[in-house]
Design a protein around this ligand. Structure first.
Ligand code: ZN
Length: 93
């Protein structure tokens, strides 16, 4: 069986161009308020740096506002997962 060395992808290297290209559907996630904090619809959970609680992303997925792929992409970028996780807005349109 061939052994493949893990090579860092552009995102893992923190390539700024990739981060800029990362399209985060934050508007869709913010259609509803957050169940964990007082953030109202249209507002981020955290102002600086802008981001939203992971549970808000899960709620947006369950409501059909974002796709499974979009949710999966967010999960793939987080190292430690809790529902209190704040997902940074990096590259948001
Ligand atoms: Zn929140």
């Amino acid at each position: 069986m061939a052994y493949h060395r893990h090579r860092l992808g552009a995102r893992e290297r923190g390539d700024p161009a990739v981060n800029r290209a990362r399209r985060v559907p934050v508007q869709a996630v913010r259609k509803s308020g957050c169940s964990l904090c007082p953030a109202q619809p249209g507002q981020p959970c955290q102002a600086q740096p802008a981001g939203d609680h992971l549970s808000r992303w899960l709620a947006a997925y369950q409501a059909g506002h974002i796709s499974r792929d979009e949710l999966a992409r967010i999960f793939s970028e987080l190292v430690v997962l809790t529902r209190f996780q704040v997902v940074p807005e990096l590259g948001a349109a």
